[in-house]
Structures are given as C-alpha cells and as structure tokens.
Ligand binder design. Structure first.
Ligand code: ATP
Ligand code: ZN
Length: 295
C-alpha cells in the first residue's frame, strides 16, 4: 500500500465535534490524540485528522490543506455565497447530525405576518450572505448588518431591528425579548471534499471510507424485522414494511398456513408500525438493531 494518507478536517470542539468523532468511530476508526492537539492519527486506515475551528474547514479543504472535511451546511453555504475561494470545496453528502436552523427573529411585540414587514429594516446576523439570499428570494429590501457574536442583543442596543441567528431552544432569543418568525436556512453536518481529483492512493482510501460512511448512515435507522404471518398476508405485509427490500419468506415447521417473514427495514420502525403489522395478521414480531451494513 502507498504511503499516502487522507487528511480529514473536523471541528476541534463544539456542536459538530461529537457527531463527527462518533461517525468516524462507527466507521471503525480510532483516533489517537492529546486533548489540545490539532492533529490526530487514525490507526486502522491511512488517515490523519486535523482539528480546526468550524469556520476554517471549508477554506482548508478548498485549499488542499485537507482532502475532506465535516462542516455545517450553514457555514459552507455562507462561505460559498461570499465567493471567497476560486475553487470552493465540493459537497459530498449530508450526514444527518448537528441539525439546526438559521431563523429570523423579531421583537416579541411584533405581529409578524409577512417578510415584507422587514422592508427598510436592519437585521443583525453572523450569516449576512445567507440572510441576503433569503431577503432577495422574498423580494424584500432590508439591510443585513454583520456581527460575529452576541447577535441577539442588537435590537436592545438599537444596532438593528431584528436578528437572523442559529436557533436551538430559543431560550437566548426569549431572554432578549425576541421570538423566531421565519426559517431562513435549515442545516445539518455536511461532508465536503477538495475539488481536484485525488491521486490514486488517496482515491482508494477515500472510496473505502465513503463506503463505510454510507454503511453507517444506512444502518443508523435500519432494523431487522422478523415475524410470523399467515401465508395469505405476505403481500400486504411486504407492501407495508417501511423501506424494505424483498423480504425472506421461511417455512414454519408444522404450520403449513403460516410463514416467517424476515426483512431489513431502512426507515424507522415505530410502535404504530408494529400495531399495523399485527392488524395484518402478524404475530411474534421482533425488531432488532443492525450494527453494520454494506451493499
Ligand atoms: P468554533 O469554535 O469551531 O468556531 P462555533 O462556536 O462557531 O465553533 P458551534 O456553536 O460549535 O460553533 O456550532 C458549530 C456548528 O454546529 C454550527 O455552524 C451549526 O452548523 C451547528 N449547530 C449550531 N447550533 C446548533 C444546535 N443548537 N444544534 C445542533 N447543531 C448546531
Ligand atoms: Zn465557528
């Protein structure tokens, strides 16, 4: 095998870190690093990890300092709209964690019924490009004022009329006399890569890692479902099972009218799914977690 190593940029500490480390761990990678080191080495595959501030990740990946990275769509899209890089990093896929929303928030005493209310107003935000893109889409003429932190205090300080900020519980907004009124951008963690072709060595490592990431993502919600059912109900049950491929039908010893149905369901299996299966005639239903999956 070649000496080449794939370099992955992830957030050092913050709301993306845990999900990023968990994902790599689920891919079977253990990262050895000291707590405040900016660098980690993976033992199982030729991969190095760079631990950075999330805002630096798109640029590091675009510049070839790292090959791939994990960043919030909000940060990636903001930097893309700003057009800071000649050859920006490319999106590979969303990863299903660090979900959040960039929300427009207004003073609580506003009766907000339409974005046109923002006409001529000043909006404080750390995401001016995303905010402007939304205002343009809504056909509203307002000013986005850039603030790097403490955006929520802007209306109280009369720096701005409203704010556009990442909202989780809304408690910070509430404490500052604001309420969320419109969703400007929905975000989750995103895998990005350098836009240039990788060398063959790197490409092989990248392909192997991507296969594992895909396996982890598809098995995350997937369940192995087993049940007994009347032979006559096979068709109805198969149609009903969420996201299942062709199930396996097995004979049940001593019960010619009944079969066992085994299926991999790729979507969440809820209690009401089981109740519906029961109504269709299923019994002895078992739902098992799937640890690993590879197509
Ligand atoms: P850094 O020190 O790396 O610059 P930061 O303070 O800018 O960190 P975090 O607060 O850790 O950033 O958020 C990182 C990313 O996590 C955000 O850009 C967003 O994509 C996502 N995020 C933010 N808030 C939440 C939340 N409440 N829940 C889930 N994900 C969030
Ligand atoms: Zn940041």
């Amino acid at each position: 095998m070649s000496e080449e190593r794939l370099r992955i940029a992830i957030q050092k500490s913050g709301r993306l870190s845990e999900g990023s480390f968990d994902l790599l761990k689920s891919c079977g990678l253990t990262i050895s690093r000291d707590k405040d080191k900016l660098y980690g080495r993976v033992r199982e595959m030729p991969i190095d990890i760079l631990l950075l501030r999330d805002d630096d990740i798109p640029e590091f990946v675009a510049d070839d300092a790292c090959d791939i990275g994990i960043v919030g769509q909000n940060v990636f899209e903001e930097e893309r709209l700003e057009g800071a890089q000649d050859k920006p990093a490319q999106e590979v896929m969303t990863l299903g964690f660090a979900r959040c929303q960039l929300m427009l928030a207004a003073p609580k005493d506003w009766t907000f019924d339409s974005p046109t209310m923002l006409e001529g107003k000043r909006i404080a935000t750390s995401y001016p490009a995303l905010t402007r893109a939304w205002l343009e889409k809504e056909g509203v003429n307002a000013r986005a004022v850039t603030m790097k932190g403490s955006v929520e205090v802007a209306p109280r300080l009369k720096i701005a009329d409203t704010v556009c900020d990442i909202v989780s519980t809304g408690a910070t907004l509430d404490a500052n006399g604001l309420k969320p009124v419109a969703n400007v951008f929905s975000s989750e963690a995103l895998l990005i890569r350098n836009a240039n072709a990788f060398t063959q060595g790197k490409q092989e490592i990248y392909d192997a890692l991507l296969k594992r990431i895909n396996g982890v993502l598809t098995s995350r919600d997937a369940k192995y479902v087993m049940m007994n059912a009347p032979r006559s109900a096979i068709e109805a049950i198969t149609e009903f099972l969420p996201g299942a491929d062709a199930p396996t039908i097995l004979e049940l010893a001593g019960s010619p009218d009944k079969v066992a149905i085994h299926a991999v369901c790729r979507e969440s299996v809820f209690w009401n799914t089981l109740e519906e299966l029961k109504k269709l005639g299923a019994s002895a239903i078992l739902v098992l977690p799937i640890e690993k999956m590879m197509a």
